[in-house]
Ligand binder design. Structure first.
Ligand code: ACO
Length: 401
């Protein structure tokens, strides 16, 4: 319980809102979410329509610039991304300094921040053209950096991007090709990866997006701001949940526990049901609905049989008919099914959150620019309710007992 008198400070009352659950931190035109009805729209377009018709690059353009591109605009944006896909050779050497056990999320955030050292002219954005160059560099290079962090951990040679390939094919090539053997994903795999990135592209003021906006509010540059977003995404309650889901499903598959026993533990608060629950969605997460079907379709079309999908479906049905979850309005979120798709693309579990970061990059960039262009945004500086000691007298070291 909070003593309301303690919330009063010299300038009046402040709002005590742990986790900012009821605080609007900004006005935004980018993404609309209605958690009660399970609605998600990017710039006014329903996520279901984008998932069915759009590419990831079109979606990125939409988020960043506000409208879907014309054919010409899309081609120009694609060309710009292709121009930017190589890393500076100096940056390549950064990978040599990381131990092979280095977590790819740590490498990704460090190298994205280090990009700023190679483009000092873009630390200050003076025009829309500057912003476009910085945004294209990050969206394009994040793929290369992500794939190389994986190759480094595997002790494999770095594969250079191939400008002839589309965004998703190029990423899979850098992950899985080996010298003299070009990796050829199926159309179903490319479609699934496109969908994965597109559904993760933005989600209004979640923890990582708010982090990007908070860092931007100090007038920090785009590279530093999105690098902070990557760090915020890493945790198991946010982007790290997709890896947590697969670990949970594997544990059940390997006989470590059964679904009913696991759910009992969750209800006894010994652990969480990873990939369930959401701060905003209280009826269903529309992204999870799309991914559940996509995971099914993809496994069917590739003839790939993943026992973890059966466990996930059984787990979701059991939880959604259990009073504990019904009462708390807990449903599968986007992370519940995404790991099944990533496994079918041969993406290792410690890369799952990196995949989320690649997808979320356009959203972070769109929010950074919105806050930057607003100009009137104040530095983010929440207050606190001080619960510490009253003033005390300093005791010299020799007199302390
Ligand atoms: N498993 C079990 N119980 C849960 C779960 C869960 N996954 N999520 C919430 N609850 C319970 C809480 O223990 C709490 O119960 P209580 O009222 O008995 O104390 C109640 O539901 C309300 O939960 P809060 O923690 O208050 O909900 P909040 O909005 O703060 O948290 C969050 C949302 C972090 C997503 C939470 O549901 C969670 O930890 N889920 C698991 C991790 C996860 O999947 N994260 C990914 C989110 S989506 C994304 O980031 C892309």
């Amino acid at each position: 319980a909070i003593d309301i008198t303690r919330l009063r400070n010299e300038t009046g009352y402040i709002t005590y809102d742990p986790g900012y659950a009821n605080t609007g931190s900004c006005k935004s035109d980018v993404t609309f979410v209605d958690g009660e009805k399970g609605i998600l729209r990017y710039r006014g377009y329903p996520i279901e329509d984008l998932a069915e018709h759009a590419t990831f690059i079109e979606t990125a353009y939409l988020l960043i610039f506000g409208d879907l591109p014309t054919r010409g605009q899309r081609q120009k944006f694609r060309d710009l991304l292709s121009e930017q896909e190589l890393l500076h050779e100096g940056l390549r050497h950064h990978f040599e300094g990381f131990p092979s056990t280095g977590h790819p999320m740590a490498i990704l955030s460090a190298v994205i921040n280090a990009l700023g050292c190679y483009h000092p002219d873009l630390l200050e954005i003076d025009s829309k053209a500057d912003f476009l160059r910085a945004a294209a560099k990050i969206i394009s290079k994040v793929r290369t950096i992500a794939a190389w962090s994986y190759r480094k951990a595997q002790g494999l040679p770095f594969m250079y991007p191939d400008p002839k390939l589309s965004y998703c094919r190029n990423f899979l090539h850098m992950m899985h090709s080996i010298p003299h053997r070009h990796y050829e994903p199926t159309d179903a795999q490319v479609r699934a990866l496109t969908l994965f990135f597109l559904l993760h592209a933005d989600h209004e003021q979640n923890c990582s997006c708010s982090t990007v906006r908070m860092v931007q509010s100090t007038e920090a540059n785009l590279f530093a701001s999105v690098s902070a977003g990557i760090c915020a995404l890493w945790g198991r309650l946010h982007g790290g949940a997709n890896a947590g889901v697969i670990e949970m499903l594997e544990h059940i598959h390997e006989g470590g526990t059964s679904i009913p026993d696991y759910l009992e533990k969750v209800k006894n608060k010994e652990c969480k049901l990873m990939g369930f629950g959401h701060r905003i969605y209280k009826s269903f997460d529309p992204r999870a609905k799309i991914l559940r079907k996509a995971a099914h379709d993809m496994l069917e079309s590739t003839g790939h049989d993943d026992p973890l999908l059966d466990i996930a479906l059984e787990m979701a049905d059991a939880a959604m008919s259990d009073e504990y979850f019904i009462e708390r309005r807990l449903y599968p979120n986007v992370d519940f099914y995404s790991g099944i798709i990533l496994r079918a693309l041969n993406i290792p579990v410690n890369m799952f959150t990196v995949m989320f970061a690649i997808g979320r990059m356009p959203g972070w960039i769109a929010h950074w620019y919105e806050a930057y262009a607003d100009g009137a945004t104040k530095i983010h500086r929440p207050r606190q309710v001080y619960t510490g000691r009253e003033p005390r007298v300093y005791v010299p070291l020799d007199s302390r007992i």
